[in-house]
Design a binder for this molecule. Structure first.
Ligand code: ZN
Length: 384
């Protein structure tokens, strides 16, 4: 094992030890990273979340006044609740050529590689800077990274490219759909089920909205998108949770639908929401308000991660090809922070160690060889 791999594993051991499931604070992990960067004289800034319970950390190696390269990773991990682990999820455990622990693949392994390489880059006298963008709350809707993008814009940074280290087995991914989480709340009027004429049944009216969503999803499926690289090749709509009512013999006064849109390109979400609004105004609310003036239907966006649109030949793709030696690019089914960086005008691709098949699973693991290969790739930034 190389010294660099050993130091990445030592860092990963620390990172895995912090229980940064998204519902928890990540500040202890951020403190550790801050101390590490300080020890290596690497300029950095901590960017707290609005409520101060979490933070991003953003570091710059090399001359900040030139367009540089962003390496992006997130600190939060998905829960282990309900999963059967044979290893302690928050203790890095090595067995043969693998290390086990929550986040080893998604994606503390990459963050460990970024940090292990940072001192080498710091000593290399870079001509263009490398920025480390380490975020919170990626798993629950890519909330944290917006603070990093805002910070870069505020200080006038215009990076040339971003490499997002989500697990891709170090292959180059230049496209994914967007992911927009939505909540529609239907407010009616409760009462005894024997007198439906006196209430407004929120479940019945929500059913009309569900039927509309289903039809709209079918219409999207019938019109495959020109982007043409995704599977399935169209934007999709799915309802995932429906809740409402309290008892069989009571008219439900409320109902909520949690649903999502996976858009192939910008503009789809806005169009669907505008059309839904028009449908609700014309076909749902009048009937509800006939009997109860306070009836309402409200749809809110819980999170919104834009698509990563393939930009063949963009700076990020060219860079990733030169670092990895790979020629082919692909797309993935999951959304990532890459869509947020691209929407901010920064060419972006995904290229990270480990296999997405291990992400979010019990006994999550990563091949040490993947970390070693990732480190070799990132080291090439020193001579870029
Ligand atoms: Zn991830």
């Amino acid at each position: 094992m190389t010294d660099l791999t050993a130091s990445a594993l030592a860092i990963l051991d620390r990172l895995v030890g912090f229980d940064t499931v998204s519902r928890n604070s990540n500040l202890v992990l951020i403190d550790y990273v801050r101390a590490y960067l300080t020890d290596h004289d690497i300029a950095h800034v901590v960017l707290p979340s609005p409520d101060g319970t979490k933070a991003n950390i953003f570091a710059t190696i090399g001359p900040p006044d030139r367009p540089g390269i962003v390496l992006s990773g997130h600190t939060d991990v998905v829960p282990v609740d309900g999963q059967t682990w044979t290893h302690d999820p928050f203790t890095l455990t090595r067995v043969g050529g693998r290390v086990y622990g929550r986040g080893t693949t998604d994606m503390k392994g990459y963050v460990a590689c970024m940090l292990a390489v940072a001192p080498l880059l710091q000593r290399a006298g870079l001509r263009a800077p490398v920025h480390l963008a380490i975020s919170y709350d990626e798993e629950v809707g890519c909330f944290g990274v917006h603070g990093i993008v805002a910070h870069m814009q505020a200080i006038g940074l215009r990076p040339a490219a971003a490499l997002i280290g989500e697990p891709s087995l170090l292959g180059i991914v230049n496209g994914h759909k967007g992911s927009t989480g939505l909540l529609t709340r239907v407010g009616g009027l409760s009462g005894h089920s024997s007198r439906p004429d006196r209430g407004v049944n929120a479940i019945f009216h929500a059913a009309d909205i569900l039927a509309w969503l289903r039809e709209r999803g079918a219409a999207l499926a019938g019109a495959p998108d020109s982007v043409g690289v995704f599977e399935p090749p169209c934007s999709t709509i799915s309802a995932g949770v429906i809740q409402g009512g309290t008892a069989r013999n009571a008219i439900p006064g409320d109902c909520r639908i949690e649903w999502d849109i996976r858009a192939t390109r910008p503009g789809i979400v806005e169009t669907v929401l505008a059309d839904l609004h028009a449908f609700v105004e014309a076909r749902v609310l009048p009937a509800m308000r006939e009997r109860h003036a306070g009836a309402f239907v409200v749809t809110e966006t819980v999170f919104d991660v834009g698509p990563l649109l393939p930009q063949p030949g963009c700076a990020a793709e060219t860079l990733a090809k030169s670092l990895t030696g790979a020629n082919s690019v692909g797309t993935v089914a999951y959304a990532s922070e890459a869509g947020v960086f691209q929407a901010a005008g920064i060419p972006s691709v995904i290229c990270g160690p480990g296999d997405i098949a291990q992400a979010h699973t019990p006994d999550e693991w990563i091949e040490i060889a993947q970390l070693t290969a990732c480190l070799a790739l990132l080291q090439r930034l020193a001579i870029n």
